[in-house]
Design a protein. Structure first.
Length: 226
């Protein structure tokens, strides 16, 4: 298992962050949240007053962004320069704008290169890494040792997101969450087909499973594949 690389893709609410972080902890390997990188770039560009529609300016900002990520999978922290952005990158204004950044093909090229470099470094160092996102199994690291697409039916995804956002699954909160999740899935799916497994990618359906059960299913795949 030395230097194992694990790629986990999935839509919003599939449980991929919770599961990826648990896997990193269980296996004692690094953790890379690629969505946090897109969110941090969105925060940075807005902070600098860059028009997100100016694609070249946003790509240039990516190259200049002084992003540091600490690697504790149970409690990740993100900094841009000296400013901690861990909380800010989860705010609705970022979630609402991130698609304008993630549909920028120059940004995607830059992100994929940066993320791949981090994965391969972890492989070469022997420390290993789990990376989660939308295109890790297909674009960033199609040669990862283990590749998983985590899916869940729409009701399960909705309930998870409502719990995250509001702390409960009251009908009005489910409804508000439904509007957000549908909008984001539609925006995301214009970039690439996130919901269909590429050849060689294992699908894990987390609907109706506990975190524990999903973690066990993923660990079983890691055992099978290595
Ligand atoms: O995973 P998370 O919801 O934090 O991702 C935020 C956004 O970043 C997604 O909605 C998507 O637009 C973008 N993203 C992406 N490719 C990735 C990870 C995230 O386009 N690998």
């Amino acid at each position: 298992r030395v230097g194992v690389t694990i790629a986990i893709d999935g839509p919003a609410g599939s449980g991929k962050s919770t599961v990826s972080r648990r896997i990193a902890t269980e296996l004692g390997i690094g953790y890379l949240d690629t969505g946090a990188m897109y969110r941090a770039l969105t925060w940075y560009a807005l902070d600098r007053g860059i028009d997100l529609a100016d694609q070249a300016a946003v790509v240039a900002a990516a190259g200049r962004m002084p992003l540091t990520m600490d690697s504790d999978p149970q409690d990740p922290h993100y900094f841009v320069g000296d400013t901690e952005v861990t909380g800010a990158i989860r705010e609705p204004r970022i979630t609402e704008s991130v698609a304008a950044v993630s549909t920028n093909l120059g940004v995607r090229r830059w992100m994929a290169g940066e993320q791949r470099r981090r994965m391969l470094e972890a492989r070469d160092r022997g420390s290993g890494m789990v990376a989660e996102g939308r295109d890790i199994t297909t674009v960033v690291c199609p040669d990862a040792d283990v590749r998983i697409l985590l899916v869940a039916d729409s009701e399960a995804r909705l309930a998870r997101r409502a719990l995250e956002l509001y702390g409960d699954t009251a009908p009005e909160h489910l409804e508000a969450t439904r509007r957000q999740v549908q909008g984001r899935d539609a925006a995301d799916s214009t970039v690439s087909e996130f919901l269909t497994p590429a050849p060689g990618v294992s699908v894990v359906d987390s609907s109706g499973l506990s975190v524990e059960q999903v973690v066990d299913a993923v660990l079983a795949l890691v055992d099978d594949d290595l």
